[in-house]
Design a binder for this molecule. Structure first.
Ligand code: NI
Ligand code: MN
Length: 226
């Protein structure tokens, strides 16, 4: 499969069979994004939690592509009411989709959505995803603090690729992300959720120096083969 990062927590995945997934499609207003929301072609949209820098352009992309939105039940209900296709999940639950397995796992964070009117809506619990795609395990942590139960995620299966936030302030910073790597022992780790805004500016080379064999820092939009 091919993967690419697009600023903040946005990850695009294209499988061998051409199925395309996007995680946390924050494109409009994302200064790091190389995408145009109106041109994104995907079959599935996965959302970790309700914050605007994660839900992003979900509505437009889902409409344009008749894509299935996979998210917690609160976010799913919100988009279902707008006539979009949804699949609601909750923490600890896994489901075998046509393209592979999606397991929704814990994230220590919060989850609300601010509508353009300024009204804020609670959006259930925040989550991360463990995906099994083409027999590879991918962990997208969403926004989260460090928690030691990450160890449990790898009891049965090793993680081939982990996307971990390193921005600090709202999520783990680089030091806790290094600790998370000790818990997860991923084959590869790609840092996300940093440099998008001043509050989360980070130097990812700190991670690269600490874990040179694990940490990979691709350019925005660069193709990663897994
Ligand atoms: Ni958040
Ligand atoms: Mn965020």
């Amino acid at each position: 499969m091919k993967l690419s990062i697009h600023g903040q927590s946005c990850v695009m995945i294209e499988l061998e069979n051409k199925t395309r997934l996007i995680i946390d499609p924050f494109i409009t207003g994302n200064p790091l994004s190389d995408l145009k929301a109106s041109e994104v072609k995907v079959d599935y949209i996965l959302i970790t939690h309700g914050h605007n820098d994660h839900i992003g352009d979900t509505e437009l992309i889902a409409k344009n592509n008749h894509a299935l939105i996979i998210a917690n039940v609160e976010i799913s209900d919100y988009f279902k009411a707008k006539g979009l296709n949804v699949h609601g999940m909750n923490l600890g639950g896994g489901y075998e989709f046509d393209f592979g397995l999606v397991k929704m796992v814990r994230a220590d964070h919060s989850s609300s959505y601010r509508e353009s009117s300024g009204m804020t809506i609670p959006m259930g619990n925040p989550a991360g995803f463990i995906l099994k795609l083409e027999n590879k395990y991918i962990y997208h942590a969403g926004d989260t603090a460090l928690f030691s139960d990450m160890k449990l995620f790898v009891e049965d299966n090793p993680i081939d690729l982990a996307f971990l936030p390193i921005g600090d302030n709202y999520t783990m910073g680089p030091e806790d992300a290094i600790k998370a790597c000790r818990f997860l022992n991923p084959h590869k780790m790609i840092p996300i959720h940093y440099d998008t805004f001043d509050l989360i500016k980070q130097d990812p080379t700190v991670l690269k120096d600490a874990l040179p064999d694990i940490v990979q820092i691709p350019e925005i939009g660069e193709e990663i083969i897994l």
